[in-house]
Ligand binder design. Sequence first.
Ligand SMILES: [Zn+2]
Ligand SMILES: [Zn+2]
Length: 436
Amino acid sequence: MGDFLIFIGFIGFLASVVMCGINLFKKNKVHLKQWGLGIAAAFIVMMAGGALAGPAPQAPPKARPAENTAATQPAAEPVKATAPDTSSNASVTSPATPGGVLKIHFIDVGQADSILIQTPCGKAVLVDGGNNDDGSRVVDYIKAQGVKELAAVVATHPHEDHIGGLDIVVRSFPVAAVYMPNAASTTRTFEDFINAVKASGAKRVQAKAGVKLDIPDIAAEFLAPNGSSYEDLNNYSAVLKLTFGNTSFLLAGDAEAASEAEMLNAGYNLKADLLKVGHHGSESSTTSAFLKAVSPKYSVISVGKGNSYGHPAQQTLDRLASAGVQIYRTDEAGTIIATSDGNTIKIDKQASPVKPHAPPASTVEKPSASSDSGAAVAPAAPVPVKSSDITVYITRTGKKYHLDGCRYLAKSKIPISLSEAKAMGYTPCSVCGPPR
Ligand SMILES: [Zn+2]
Ligand SMILES: [Zn+2]
């Protein structure tokens, strides 16, 4: 019966359209109107036939978990981690290519960040390149994945533990575009990086909220920085959200509470299945409000074993744990690879052994589980004054920071606050023994 109506309706529809055309040609307005009504009538008959012919095929009977309407309640209740394809971002427009997968490699570069993204259609993007010493390690790793060129390099912010190895990367592969925030640093490391970018001929694009990577098969958009000037270089961090099918990833760089608040205020959809935890898991990032908005199932902390900052902070680990987030750490697992087919995320944390050393041999401090950002609790360490108040000195080319008068300061002497020196990856000189 339904099929018959569709057939009749279709014939009527065709006839009406033809007659309309003829009358339009003849400029016969009365007949044109009549045949126009004919089209509508035939269309209704067709629709009726369609309705009778049986229900449209149902969407797959996937149980839609009740939306997190509870999101406005206090955070006391841990977010139940369900299947990774949580429904809230199911409406994302990014096309899911059936064959290809999205692979995100959190390369173990010790106390630093370096993340290689391989898109389903075979493009590669590198976010950060580890410390100065990590450049060739990162290049080798990228080559080992069969990558021959980089569609984009993202330098999240000018700290050495993020851009240190990027100069070598940029010199080793053809790079289409380099994305970086509008933030500069006076370090040699930054200078090297900028020179390498200039020499490469890559397009330079300012990374800021709203800018999208030019990648065809996944959605990749910066959600930060939202402001134009910050006291702390970390808050210039380019924060990148990747969406592939129903899966999403938030790479937070070293963004701290101030940037997180701006992202929240801007009203972005921060929800992501996997969060690359900001600033190596320091206490100053991953605020409860931000974590709640992201509500990831997985988190990755890129951090060096036994680092002198006490990263990741116990408070951050506690916040993640009480939110029911699974935690992966490069200091425990080595390189971590997340693979998405557009619906599910698989995590391979057996991808490599842990990088043999993160801190320099002189740093014997044990990663004390209870200490926060290196402050105080380690037994032997003297209780430091707030590290931002202490001035130490660095040189143009060295990697250590020094006390005034150290013999290694003979050639150049650049004053810098202790916290800044540490944030930039400088380590204490073993000769003059400045505060840690
Ligand atoms: Zn960092
Ligand atoms: Zn930083």
